[in-house]
Ligand binder design. Structure first.
Ligand SMILES: Nc1ncnc2c1ncn2[C@@H]1O[C@H](COP(=O)(O)OP(=O)(O)O)[C@@H](O)[C@H]1O
Ligand SMILES: [Mg+2]
Length: 350
């Protein structure tokens, strides 16, 4: 692990979440949605988890919060091992960890008023003695996220997408958490609204010293927000670094290709342009060695350059020559020489 786990609020170690699925011909197979993920987040910091859809980001967030059972690994929160916690202690711990969902429509109960939605965590965790105190608290929370407290009597469908996400944020704040998983909180919103919600989350972090696990599929969203960025591909972290290091000096060809997908103001930025071809393969039967090898432009280029052992693989029906080690050996996530905080899992960058 590349970070100081001792001073961290959240420490995730070798987390695995596999889902059983029925195989076509025999028995069970597993979707290895999360397959050995480790990171830690100091209090008040933001770790961004970035990767294409299907890479396992949501599953990481939900497994950490114990909304999904883990297959293996450990998660500790404030030095307490979450996976071996008895139920009653877990319930108390839950107050301190919240989630803001990607889809503000599906995540709010349409039959509950906004006041009841936001007030529910206060009730569940018995944070107010009287109904009146709870209503007062709800009004303050709505005001804090930029909604009119008068609207507590309305239902979610009466609000716009951005306002619904504000309701989701107010609900997350209601239990006075320390750690919040923000699962693509702006992906479903209009671009014009995205910045407002990001600013709100940023202001709230300053005010309450929240620790965020911020999930995004695009590097642009987290650029001004993250302290550390972890790039995920098919259940594994392929690169993790401080924000400035990662943006200035991306190492893994997958990270570089994610940058190529983001429109940037400086057109002749140094990073080699690597186009991302094809789709994310299935995590049921992921490619051997480096999961990224079938889509990697760099391994093809290096194979063409000669000097190293190569082999042929079939990608979308076509034969492609790549480096043998990329197909045969799983690359470890290791620090770069000279920068122990910048880790990547690419054979060719060593
Ligand atoms: N409950 C489930 N059962 C089976 N497969 C699942 C389940 N939840 C997620 N998956 C699969 O796990 C992989 C990772 O999903 P997810 O964590 O949602 O990725 P992301 O949030 O990065 O888009 C995907 O291939 C997805 O289809
Ligand atoms: Mg997701």
């Amino acid at each position: 692990m590349n970070q100081d786990t001792q001073n961290s609020l959240v420490v995730v170690n070798d987390l695995k979440t596999w889902f059983p699925v029925r195989g076509r011909w025999f028995g069970h197979q597993f979707v290895r949605a999360v397959d050995g993920v480790s990171f830690s987040i100091p209090p008040g910091a933001t770790l961004a988890l970035v990767g294409e859809s299907g890479s396992g980001k949501t599953t990481v967030g939900r497994t950490i919060l114990k909304l999904i059972p883990a297959t293996g690994g450990q998660v500790s929160f404030d030095e307490v091992d979450l996976f071996s916690l008895p139920r009653s202690a877990l319930r108390r711990m839950r107050r301190r960890m919240q989630i803001i969902f990607q889809d503000p429509v599906g995540s709010l109960n349409p039959r509950m008023t906004v006041g009841n939605i936001v007030g529910e965590p206060i009730k569940v965790h018995r944070l107010c003695d009287t109904r009146r105190a709870r209503q007062q608290q709800v009004a303050e929370l709505l005001g804090r996220v930029g909604l009119d407290p008068v609207h507590a009597k309305r239902y979610p469908h009466e609000f716009s997408g951005g306002q619904r996400q504000r309701i989701g944020i107010a609900r997350a704040l209601a239990s006075q958490p320390e750690f919040i998983v923000c699962d693509e909180p702006v992906s479903a919103l209009d671009v014009s609204i995205q910045a407002q919600i990001l600013n709100l989350l940023d202001d709230l972090q300053d005010e309450f010293n929240f620790t965020y696990l911020f999930i995004a599929h695009n590097l642009a969203v987290v650029e001004h927000f993250a302290d550390t960025v972890a790039v995920m591909y098919l259940g594994r972290i392929v690169e993790i670094a401080g924000r400035d290091d990662l943006y200035a000096n991306p190492q893994h060809p997958y990270t570089v290709s994610l940058f190529s997908a983001v429109p940037r103001p400086e057109p002749d930025r140094k990073a080699d342009r690597i186009r991302l071809e094809g789709e994310v393969p299935s995590p049921i039967n992921p490619p051997t060695g480096c999961h990224f090898h079938p889509r990697c432009g760099l391994t093809r280029q290096k194979a063409d350059d000669g000097g190293e052992q190569t082999c042929q693989v079939t990608v979308q029906g076509r034969p492609v020559t790549v480096l043998r080690k990329c197909v045969e050996q799983t690359p470890e996530l290791l620090p770069m020489t000279g920068n122990s905080n910048h880790c990547h899992a690419c054979h060719m960058r060593r």
